[in-house]
Write a protein that binds this ligand. Structure first.
Ligand code: NAD
Ligand code: MG
Length: 305
């Protein structure tokens, strides 16, 4: 999105038709090795560099976000910084280019970005992540568990044991390990936000492993929320519908589905990552103090349970 266009859009955001806020994209068939890069994605996404307006809702807060280099995590990192937070970003070493871009946007907003590359299939990486974030930021009071692995397969026979296990490791086991290790740093008032998916309720036949991790994340969130509420730590989840991100082109979707991605939602288009950011800001902010164990659906209008 060009710089000038984006500034115009910020002004117009005061009143916008959600159907036409962004064009209904028809992504060309494309393939990237896993993990995909925003730098190579076609068309480009809006991660809020110019379009997200901060209003000081996370002033002085310190956040760790996994999968923060691209897509939804990048949009959340940028919004948090524009709301006044310093942010530690975890991502895979192969995603350094995307991470550097996000770091630049955060620094332009006058905030600190701490880069923590590391593979979350490695237990030690998970267990040390919050320590490193707290050290780099001078504390920790927001954790966004957002990293995710999604590889579509037509048949259960095509899912290798390794794929099934890795998907569970990245999506839910790492969430357990990171959260457990983060708690010792998080004072009352802190917020934990997990990224689940509409797939938790409405599983695609091609995403057996992925969709079942997302159901597990919803359940984990609601259980942990009750456990931590008396300690003053709120746990919630965000459930995106179809958002245009690198996940979709690195085998997240069957290739033939890409041109129609998101068109079957009531809004008739895929979401742009920055359209998810306000949900995370809301759940992180002290204003949502009575919202606990909730899954906030941001999906363009598809009904959910
Ligand atoms: P994305 O590819 O931009 O982000 C996913 C991130 O996960 C990657 O950037 C990568 O850093 C991280 N990751 C994957 N494997 C990892 C590993 N082994 N170690 C460390 N990090 C690893 O795509 P996205 O769509 O922004 O995905 C973010 C989250 O949103 C995921 O949990 C995904 O399941 C969820 N989600 C996305 C959609 C959508 O339509 N895009 C819909 C519902 C839920
Ligand atoms: Mg990425």
């Amino acid at each position: 999105m060009a710089h000038d266009d984006a500034h115009t859009e910020t002004d117009q955001l005061v009143f916008q038709n959600p159907v036409t806020r962004y064009p209904s994209i028809e992504p060309p068939k494309q393939d990237q090795p896993e993990p995909g890069l925003d730098a190579d994605l076609e068309p480009k996404t809006d991660r809020g560099e110019f379009s997200y307006r901060g209003t000081g809702r996370l002033e002085g807060r310190r956040a760790l976000i996994t999968g923060a280099d691209s897509g939804i995590g990048a949009a959340v990192a940028i919004a948090f910084a524009k709301e006044g937070a310093d942010v530690a970003l975890n991502y895979l070493p192969a995603e350094e280019e995307d991470a550097q871009w996000v770091k630049g946007v955060i620094e332009k907003a006058g905030r600190t970005a701490v880069l923590l590359p590391g593979d979350l299939t490695d237990r030690t990486v998970c267990e040390n992540l919050a320590d490193k974030a707290a050290e780099g930021l001078g504390g920790l009071d927001i954790l966004v568990n957002n990293a995710g692995k999604q590889i579509s397969q037509d048949s259960i026979e095509d899912i290798t044991d390794e794929q099934f296990t890795d998907t569970f490791t990245v999506n839910i086991i790492a969430m357990f390990r990171i959260t457990k290790a983060a708690l010792k740093h998080m004072p009352a008032g802190s917020s934990i936000i997990n990224t689940t998916s509409i797939q938790a309720y409405n599983p695609s036949p091609t995403l057996l492993d992925y969709a079942s991790t997302k159901a597990a994340i919803n359940n984990f969130t609601k259980g942990l929320a009750q456990q931590l509420a008396p300690k003053g730590i709120r746990v919630n989840a965000v459930a995106p519908g179809p958002f245009w991100t690198p996940l979709q082109v690195s085998d997240g979707q069957p290739k033939e589905k890409l041109p129609k991605f998101g068109k079957d939602t009531p809004l008739g288009r895929a979401g742009q990552p920055t359209e998810l950011a306000p949900a995370y800001v809301f759940l992180a902010s002290p204003e949502s103090s009575y919202v606990v164990g909730e899954t906030l659906n941001v999906n363009g209008g598809t009904p959910t349970p």
